[in-house]
Ligand binder design. Structure first.
Ligand code: CA
Length: 726
């Protein structure tokens, strides 16, 4: 949104950014979403080092005492993403070099945190594909492709990404984009069991990593934007049998509630028919576990639709949206909750990374859980009781002035709920912090936050009508399109920021920060070597001093990095690994921020001291903007087209019709695609590639308007190109 001058993000690797040819984009889309030859899941194995091991409950509980491995998503159950390894340290990190790399045969977003178990590295790529490799040499041991139907991509709000696997016993667990939970033999990649965890008739997706607690595999799901009811489930790791399910929002109140807790939650929903759309509250990413208290913490997402005016017109907190919920992992029984954003209307999820530690606060040692959710406040809670200990904003928050310590609730600013007029707000639906993992270093006592500032205009979609299987926001996205006035656009662009914030959770104050050229930077890792690692969308993978943020080392990855790094040790050698690969929700909607210059590559990069491997060079994109057709409609139809485009198309093809290199940039349509426009948009001619047919919800007149708006944007780009050429 708010088209950003490219100079704001002038990063060497992408400085030569040029427009993409539609043909190369279509080729690219085809390459990544070609229908599989066989529809049954496949495993391919190779010889060499054998995978397979025993990850016991005891090993998971004591994972902190095994520095060589990375056994769980956040390394340890407390999800600190800190490793005590210090062979690589602030003094010698300048010698860090590439040990090996592995290029994934797909070009969609890469968000996984790898696991390393006894010399074997397990990771995932787009389309929920699993890879097992020799962690020292990079030799591929096996891959598993769950053969997610490519047309399911239409339900993926945020690209066909996957954030990783879980390990337990002799199995590896992956959850697939189309809602399956699959157990694989860790040695061979053969499927042991598979179970559908979602209703295939609803637009559920899974992108998160499972966790395993005491022999139960815990998994949530996503899809709130499209219209689903959120829940988290547990499955027996041996048999795949469902053990329990906890719904995060109440269902149809005319039917019996699943529990008394949900009956109570239903009192906080007033009016409306939220259950038809689903209500949201998806548990799509973060979890943590405290073995001593035996509590499982899950982060709950935003409402469906976003706008409470539609979802719950009588008001109310709408439990358990945007909450941290503590559950008993054996039964799924509710223990406590803390709601960060009561009555969410802004997509302010509480699914962001949660970290457990013990902090001395006011002379007392407190067992805390910490989170920096999208809403911009950093929370420190007592993890036994859910009591709010402290909260302070880590980025600018226009929607609420502060958190009232008496009530534990945010104090909202007038007009923030855009009831009568649109509201200009920080943070945006992208959040002050999104899914990108934080890190907590017990050495420095600081929490490192991949933070961002990003304005957004929230306004009601007065025309909202529930459209099953399509985006259902209830918010008018066209209000956040790039302003036509270049001066206003420039002012807004200056407000868009990204940085690492080193946060002191005891004093609730920033210790220091590291500024980046823009937002949507990668996840974080800290180590015993006083190091902090992070990648950026510009493709720089860097090491900083953890105690003061000084940049010590960097590597050009040739593609954007959003995932979090890990570190591990094999035969006495310490490695640092990160999944590089641009994608996810941000480039889909806000491609103008980081226009691609290369064909996207997905690559696992692994470093060690004195590593001397060399990355294969990137492929430069050919760029030709076809001359756009003439405009045949009047200003009124064009204005309506702009609105409909931002309601129906922008979340995948980019605000203001500027693509981010993942899916087709529609300004580059050739004459044949212009001719086929109705067949594609209304008839579903490209549904196999994930492009939904809109015949049910858009009229031919509305498609005319959308087409006209795209032509207008293409003409605009054509004119700009001519100006540059003069
Ligand atoms: Ca959301």
């Amino acid at each position: 949104m708010f088209g950003v001058p490219h100079t704001l993000f002038a990063i060497p690797a992408r400085a030569a950014a040029k427009p993409l040819a539609l043909l190369s984009l279509l080729a690219l889309l085809g390459a990544c979403s070609k229908a599989p030859e066989s529809t049954s899941p496949t495993t391919q194995g190779a010889g060499g080092v054998t995978a397979g091991h025993g990850v016991s409950d005891e090993r998971l509980v004591k994972a902190g005492s095994e520095p060589d491995v990375w056994l769980g998503h956040g390394r340890t159950y407390d999800e600190q993403r800190y490793s005590p390894l210090k062979q690589i340290d602030a003094a010698n990190v300048g010698r860090l070099g590439l040990a090996w790399s592995y290029r994934l045969p797909t070009r969609r977003g890469t968000e996984a945190t790898p696991l390393v178990v006894d010399g074997v590295l397990y990771t995932t790529g787009p389309w929920s594909i699993v890879y097992a490799m020799n962690a020292a040499s990079g030799e591929l041991l096996w891959t598993y492709d769950p053969k997610v139907p490519t047309e399911w991509a239409r339900y993926a709000c945020c690209d066909v990404v996957n954030r990783g696997v879980a390990a337990w016993g002799d199995k590896i667990f992956v959850a697939t984009l189309d809602g399956r939970l699959v157990a694989l033999d860790a040695s061979t990649g053969e499927m042991r069991w598979s179970t559908q965890t979602t209703d295939p008739e609803r637009p559920y997706t899974i992108t998160g990593a499972p966790r395993v607690v005491k022999g139960k595999v815990i998994i949530g799901n996503g899809g709130a934007e499209l219209g689903v009811r959120g829940y988290v489930s547990a499955y027996d790791a041996d048999s795949g049998q469902q053990a329990w399910r906890f719904y995060t929002v109440p269902g149809d109140p005319s039917l019996p509630f699943e529990s008394e807790v949900l009956q109570g939650a239903a009192d906080t929903w007033k009016g409306g028919e939220w259950w038809k759309i689903g209500g949201g509250g998806t548990v799509w990413d973060s979890m943590a576990y405290d073995p001593e208290l035996d509590l499982l913490y899950v982060g709950v997402g935003n409402g469906s639709p976003w706008s409470r005016h539609i979802r719950s017109p009588g008001g109310g907190d709408n439990l358990f949206l945007s909450s941290i919920v503590a559950l008993k992992p054996d039964t799924g029984a509710y223990v406590w909750h803390y709601q960060t954003t009561p009555g969410d209307s802004w997509d302010y999820t509480a699914t962001q990374h949660m970290i457990l530690t013990d902090l001395e606060i006011g002379g007392q040692l407190r067992k805390v859980i910490m989170q920096a959710p999208k809403n911009g406040f950093f929370y420190v809670l007592d993890r036994q009781t859910g009591e709010l200990i402290s909260a302070s904003n880590f980025v600018q928050t226009t929607w609420a002035s502060h958190i009232d310590m008496e009530t534990g609730r945010p104090v909202e600013t007038p007009g923030a709920r855009f009831a009568d007029a649109p509201s200009f707000a920080l943070p945006s639906p992208f959040g002050g912090h999104n899914w990108h993992p934080m890190s907590y270093s017990p050495d420095t006592g600081l929490v490192y936050i991949p933070a961002q500032e990003f304005p957004f205009v929230y306004g009601k979609d007065e025309t909202f009508k529930y459209a099953p299987g399509y985006w259902n926001l209830g918010v008018d996205g066209s209000l956040s399109a790039t302003p036509e006035d270049p001066e206003v656009a420039k002012q807004l662009a200056a407000m868009i920021k990204g940085r690492i914030i080193a946060w002191n959770p005891v004093t609730q104050k920033e210790a220091f920060h590291v500024d980046h050229p823009g937002p949507w930077n990668g996840g974080l890792l800290t180590t015993g070597g006083n190091l902090l690692f992070q990648g950026t969308p510009g493709g720089q993978f860097s090491a900083y001093r953890a105690d003061n943020g000084e940049r010590l080392w960097e590597f050009s990855a040739q593609t954007g990095i959003v995932a979090a790094p890990i570190t591990y040790r094999v035969d006495g050698v310490q490695y640092v690994a990160v999944m590089a690969g641009w994608g996810g929700t941000f480039p889909l909607f806000f491609g103008s921020a980081y226009p691609p210059s290369n064909e996207p590559v997905n690559e696992l990069l692994v470093f060690k001291l004195d590593g001397d491997a060399i990355l294969a060079p990137p492929v430069r994109l050919e760029q030709v903007l076809p001359e756009p057709p003439e405009q045949k409609v009047d200003a009124e139809i064009l204005a309506r087209g702009k609105k409909d485009y931002h309601l129906r198309c922008a979340m995948c093809h980019g605000e203001s019709a500027v693509g981010g290199g993942i899916l087709p940039d529609l300004r580059y349509m050739n004459s044949q695609t212009h001719q086929d426009f109705y067949a594609i948009v209304l008839g579903g001619a490209r549904s196999k590639s994930g492009m939904p047919p809109f015949g049910q919800i858009l009229s031919a007149e509305e498609v005319d308007g959308i087409h006209a708006y795209i032509i207008d944007r293409a003409q605009n780009a054509w004119a700009q190109q001519a100006t540059v050429g003069e």
